[in-house]
Write a protein that binds this ligand. Structure first.
Ligand SMILES: [Cu+2]
Length: 155
């Protein structure tokens, strides 16, 4: 079987790109602990009402000024809402859902995660400027999905 020269060049180029991508993923996950934000820990979605953290989801400030925000996404609200966080401090969001899969996208930033029933999704973001951000659910979750929004106030 003979393969044209240009076809061979493109096949090797595509193979090299795939190797580079796999290499980047392997190196960053091994050296920088980069991993998907979801599925770090589990939680019983039927017992959120009596859960120590998620029964009253709230913003908690650590002694060093960093903040942990526990968020429950449910049809068709985010709790707490609005979420007030400080500017310039690391804000760790811990999300879960009490019913179906929801999205949690902080519009205008790269903060974006899924709230999956049974799991806690966690990510940390630092807001560099004060202001307000819309939180949008970006996973279709039911009839009022388009109304499922929240607000983050950075100050
Ligand atoms: Cu939704």
């Amino acid at each position: 079987m003979s393969v044209e020269l240009y076809e061979r060049i493109w096949m090797w180029a595509a193979g090299a790109l795939i190797a580079v991508f796999i290499g980047v993923i392997s190196v960053t996950s091994a050296l920088q602990a980069v991993q998907p934000p979801s599925h770090i820990e589990t939680v019983d979605p039927t017992a959120l009402a009596s859960h120590a953290e998620f029964a009253e989801p709230a913003v908690k400030t650590n002694p060093d000024g960093s903040v942990v925000v526990s968020v429950v996404a449910e049809m068709f609200v985010f709790r707490p809402d609005p979420i007030e966080v400080p500017v310039g401090k690391p804000v760790t969001f811990r999300l879960t859902s009490g019913d179906v899969i929801h999205g949690f996208q902080v519009v205008g930033t790269n903060a974006n995660a899924m709230a999956v029933p049974g799991y806690v999704s966690q990510f940390t973001v630092t807001f560099k400027t004060p202001g307000e951000h819309l939180i949008a659910c970006n996973e279709y979750c039911g009839l009022a999905h388009h109304n499922m929004v929240g607000k983050i106030i950075v100050k």
